[in-house]
Design a protein around this ligand. Sequence first.
Ligand code: AMP
Ligand code: ZN
Ligand code: FE
Ligand code: FE
Length: 281
Amino acid sequence: MSRIDLHLHTTHSDGSFRPSEVLALAKAASVTALAITDHDITSGLPEAIASGEALDIEVVPGVEISSFDGRSELHILGYYIDWQDSLFNDRLASLRASRHRRNPLIVERLRAEGLEVTYEEVQALAGTDAVGRPHIAQLLMKKRYVSSAKEAFDRYLAEGRPAYIARELPAPAEAIAWIREAKGLAVLAHPTWVKAAGSELATCIAGLKDQGLAGIEVHYSTHTKSQTTAYLNLSRQFNLLVTGGSDFHGLTKPDIGVGTGRGNLRVKPDLLTAMKEASIR
Ligand code: AMP
Ligand code: ZN
Ligand code: FE
Ligand code: FE
């Protein structure tokens, strides 16, 4: 049964498979269209587009930008962006610079915990400019300080743990504006990250919509049926597009497959029709 997957990471950020490898996995999973949404970088798109042509998979140019609204870290996906736009890429480079300011501080904390790691080792392992905590987790796995990325986050890297350092992040409004100025659609990724009780969630979504949000990632690997229904209702209430994706990363999230998530994800191809129409308006 055909499906799409609008949330995928590659080696150009913190995924462990190259764009061409992700496209091959997509083909095997009957994915007919996908978006590569690396964190803060568009450098994986040329390879993805070329593989898409070879494998007859439609490739939507994408990106995922981390933002902070004062309470929650909100990830904003950008679709159909003009990914070669120089202003947009300069803005993404400024986000990567904030990673390079934060990451050595994380490494310092890890060393204070007695782990022998250097930022040079992290950068060598990452092999990209968009270096993230999952790369640090991979290094800790490689050095056998932990046996999984989850353990690295639970023991050291997650908020509240000894090596957690916050990164300077743009406000959601700014991330949305950058995507819109690059002619893209801004979509709220994994909406469970919104820290909100009761009606606060709807208030948050309404605020984001006022700032230019175009859609919500309703379908997502970890969503329960009731979460999917709740986000679907919110998207209807605020006239937002419905999107969906696995958030595939490869080795650092080994339970998530391209196109299938934890096995029960299926994002229907017809969702793309509404997105395409909205993107050319
Ligand atoms: P960063 O963007 O460098 O702050 O790293 C955050 C990324 O780490 C998220 O986008 C996820 O992909 C990943 N991540 C966060 N928590 C975990 C976890 N518990 N296990 C594995 N990966 C995680
Ligand atoms: Zn990631
Ligand atoms: Fe995310
Ligand atoms: Fe993601």
